[in-house]
Design a protein around this ligand. Structure first.
Ligand code: HEC
Ligand code: HEC
Length: 381
């Protein structure tokens, strides 16, 4: 899913997107093949200009989160009906443009073009970065923030063994391979009850087709949100977002494919040619193995966390590149239950830069025919 997904759901945790991009529907759809420099009116930085419009909006999400802003801190009227995305009237936007160039220059001049420095490196959620350490922090809890790239850790089992154990824990290779499709139905809910509950469905089919659909039966005006991928193309429909419906391109498309692969357990290990197993971590006080794959050339990182005891997949984090820092999307899986001899998660949490929601599954059907439209282009809301 893309960084703006929650805009449509009105379930934001961080809160910028729903308010800021509601009522701002200048676009019917994002045209394929146009760069941001061509598509937008006032995009001038060398690194953001070549992005697809969807990746550009993702980069805006990264910047917004990194400095602890919402869109309206740089764009006049964002979140009202008197928005102006093009204007340079707010000094922070002008500063941000310099910062984009600065980040590019630091990475080019000092890190051989690798993206080592991002907005987050300095800002850490503050608009004015701190300059010196507070001494109580120096002697306080150690920082446990992790870098994106997982380094191989000696003494951990090989990834192949962790995948084998996972498949075994799910029900064994034979039963898992027999699952060609499933439909999971339930209810989604924003954190702290924000946003009301939605009717939630996941459609999945081998090898990697996936559709996640949400609508609000009690509030039909909120439209239908959908994230689809059919093995070839993918779409996002988010009725209240800046771009209400668009075809995925660039990093978004690679990410959608990964979501499809992870949704079909039998496919995961083939998603990347090589996997690294890093140091174990704790998730909710449970020890987990950390397995990371990288798609060569694409800069996309997929990190999978498997419970050391149950061997089940508990977290999937994908990071797709942008010139200002990676766009991060996290899915947590919980409450595994057996259907047709195979365990499926019955609780999902989705988290990304501008919001989060959970979904509880109450019905799951295996190997039922699925209308291809569920993986295709959603109808306009
Ligand atoms: C920290 C300041 C900052 C924040 C916060 C911010 N932007 Fe931007 N935005 C910019 C800058 C700078 C540009 C121009 C980039 C360039 O010239 O390459 C821009 C350009 C844009 C444009 C292109 C408009 C046009 O036609 O020229 C859109 C659309 C946009 N931003 C959307 C958003 C959205 C949506 C959010 C909230 C998720 C957001 N921005 C948050 C700084 C910001
Ligand atoms: C190398 C460290 C560093 C990086 C990387 C960095 N910044 Fe900054 N940024 C600063 C510092 C330091 C200031 C404060 C300058 C001052 O006080 O005059 C600042 C100020 C700002 C401000 C103005 C805040 C205000 O209230 O005036 C914005 C907006 C901003 N940065 C956005 C960004 C964005 C967006 C990125 C990523 C594209 C970024 N910065 C990357 C160090 C950094």
């Amino acid at each position: 899913m893309n960084a703006l997904v929650l805009a449509c759901l009105g379930m934001t945790g961080a809160g910028w997107s729903a308010q800021a991009v509601a009522q701002t529907r200048p676009l019917a759809s994002a045209p394929k093949g146009k760069t941001s420099g061509e598509y937008f009116k006032n995009v001038t930085t060398a690194t953001l200009k070549p992005l697809t419009p969807s990746d550009f909006i993702g980069a805006m999400g990264v910047m917004t989160a990194a400095v602890g802003y919402d869109c309206s801190n740089c764009h006049p009227g964002a979140g009202t009906d008197k928005f102006d995305w093009v204007s340079d009237a707010i000094p922070q936007k002008v500063t941000a443009r310099k910062m984009i160039d600065m980040v590019a220059a630091i990475n080019k001049n000092f890190f051989g073009g690798a993206q080592q420095v991002t907005c987050w490196s300095c800002h850490h959620g503050l608009d004015l970065p701190t300059t010196s350490i507070a001494l109580d922090k120096l002697y306080g809890e150690p920082l446990d923030e992790k870098r994106d790239l997982v380094l191989p850790q000696a003494g951990e089992p090989p990834a192949s063994k962790i995948f084998d154990q996972y498949i075994e824990a799910l029900g064994g290779a034979q039963k898992v391979a027999a699952v060609k499709s499933y439909i999971a139905t339930g209810a989604s809910r924003g954190y702290a009850g924000v946003g009301g509950s939605g009717a939630f469905q996941i459609y999945a089919q081998v090898p990697n087709s996936r559709g996640v659909w949400i609508n609000f039966p009690e509030h039909p005006d909120r439209g239908t949100s959908a994230w689809t991928y059919n093995g070839n193309t993918g779409w996002i429909s988010q009725p209240r977002a800046y771009i209400p419906i668009y075809e995925l391109t660039g990093s978004d498309l690679v990410g959608a494919r990964l979501d499809g692969v992870v949704g079909m357990p039998n496919q995961i290990r083939d998603a990347f040619a090589t996997w690294r197993v890093g140091a174990e971590e704790l998730i909710n006080d449970r020890e987990v193995y950390v397995v990371q794959g990288t798609a060569p050339g694409s800069g996309v990182l997929a990190t999978l966390y498997f419970d050391k005891q149950s061997h089940l997949l508990v977290r999937f984090v994908r990071r797709t590149p942008s010139p200002v820092g990676r766009i991060t999307i996290q899915q947590d899986f919980d409450n595994y239950k057996e259907v047709a001899g195979v365990k499926f998660p019955f609780k999902y949490s989705f988290l990304w830069l501008d919001g989060r929601f959970t979904a509880e599954i109450n019905d799951l059907k295996v190997n039922v025919p699925i209308d291809p439209a569920k993986f295709g282009q959603p109808a306009a809301n």
